[in-house]
Ligand binder design. Structure first.
Ligand code: CS2
Ligand code: MG
Length: 403
């Protein structure tokens, strides 16, 4: 069997999504997610100009060899563009192999470690009351876990909160980077009050999560971790930019609030020290940005040695293809923690028919051979690409900060 053809499909049913489709000479095909928010076209070019020509004629069944061929063969290893492109190829090849084996992907990975996959939903609001309403809506839908993000008094716009209440939150929504203003002090004075209100109304059992979105220094993160300890969060996410992995040890020294990090990671090298030093509790790297299923298995297996569990990134800038493959991985992986779930638009679901199903706070991946997600190219063609940038952040004195 040989790879006969491969192509990149770019569509924008509400937001830009990039998909790689690999076709074999026996008519079986596989698809992989290649979406890198705000830098989509860089991955498209990497695939079309560099990887696809090197894939034609290869044996699609040799997934590991192809992974090494693209990683070591790049010479210029790692990084978001390279690893997202490799991930798309990897996801598509695992899809093909599972289809050829006529089994759902989780079976190929080693079978079920659980019957269903717990996910967390996003409750957001411009103030505490509207946040509590959204938490209530999630609880009514059966969610066991809810991430809570709220507008901060005195700050015009903040991460995770839609500009217009009730509107879908999409950070990459402007033709040039929007400039937001950030104040750490206003944020740190407010967040403990938010979680006090949520715990008071919903009691001790609901899992609560919060995304700091990389905006604090280690000692500020330590302070926040302590301040929210009474509300026993499931996790505090991306409290500090993680290029300096050692910085997390300082946070660890001061708080027992569980720490999650990794959605911007692209390889095991970005988190080896964090995991080995027991500085985190959940690894958030995603299949799409961390080299696909082949590499994510290595990260998960390594993490298991240090009691670190998976908490896959699952925002809407990861396509339903990633969600489908992730749910199979979540069904198999022994050290599973939780899966992020941010619903895509109805148009997106028309473009990507899928077998995964939501029920009372949990997902099942479906029993369809492969990863269970397909692409309708006619539907995809209805939504052409639209340039869109993620915002940047400035402190109140104008200093460029972390978004
Ligand atoms: C976020 C993401 O879901 C999350 O945890 O951190 O929404 C993130 O902002 C986007 O993926 C950036 O493209
Ligand atoms: Mg995040």
């Amino acid at each position: 069997m040989k790879i006969r053809a491969a192509k990149v499909i770019v569509t924008c049913p509400g937001r830009n999504l990039v998909t790689l489709k690999i076709e074999t000479d026996q008519g079986v095909y596989g698809i992989g997610d290649a979406t890198l928010n705000g830098r989509e076209k860089a991955v498209v070019a990497y695939l079309e100009e560099h990887l696809i020509p090197a894939l034609i004629g290869r044996d699609p069944q040799r997934i590991e060899d192809t992974w090494q061929y693209l990683y070591r063969g790049a010479y210029w290893r790692r990084g978001p563009v390279t690893m997202t492109a490799i991930a798309a190829v990897d996801m598509a090849l695992w899809d093909i192999k599972a289809k050829l084996a006529d089994m759902p992907l989780y079976q190929l990975l080693g079978g079920r470690s659980r019957d269903r996959v717990m996910v967390y939903g996003h409750a957001t609001g411009t103030d505490i009351d509207s946040c509590l309403e959204e938490v209530e809506q999630h609880v009514r839908q059966g969610y066991q876990a809810v991430r809570v993000q709220c507008g901060i008094p005195g700050i015009a716009s903040t991460y995770g909160v839609a500009k217009v209440p009730g509107q879908r939150y999409e950070p990459a929504d402007s033709e040039l980077p929007a400039e937001h203003v950030w104040s750490t002090e206003k944020y740190l004075n407010f967040v403990p009050r938010l979680f006090e209100a949520v715990r008071k109304q919903f009691g001790p059992d609901l899992h609560l999560l919060h995304d700091v979105h990389h905006r604090l220094t280690p000692i500020e993160a330590a302070r926040l971790g302590k301040l929210v300890e009474p509300y026993h969060l499931f996790w505090l996410e991306d409290s500090v930019p993680a290029e300096n992995q050692q910085a997390f040890q300082l946070i660890r020294q001061h708080t027992t609030t569980p720490l999650a990090v990794g959605e911007v990671f692209n390889s095991i090298h970005d988190c080896r020290e964090l995991i080995q030093s027991q500085s985190i509790d959940y690894i958030r790297a995603s299949l799409t940005h961390a080299g696909g299923i082949t590499h994510m298995r290595r990260i998960a297996d390594f993490a298991a040695l240090f009691h670190v569990r998976t908490g896959f990134h699952g925002a809407t800038d990861l396509s339903p293809v990633c969600m489908g493959a992730a749910l199979h991985f979540d069904t198999w992986v022994p050290n599973f923690g939780i899966q992020e779930h941010m619903p895509h638009s109805e148009e997106t679901y028309e473009v990507f028919p899928h077998a995964y199903r939501f029920d009372q706070g949990y997902f099942t991946p479906g029993e369809t051979p492969g990863h269970g997600v397909d692409i309708d190219e006619k539907q995809a063609a209805r939504y052409p690409y639209k340039p869109a940038y993620l915002p940047v952040n400035r402190l109140e004195d104008g200093t460029l900060w972390h978004w």
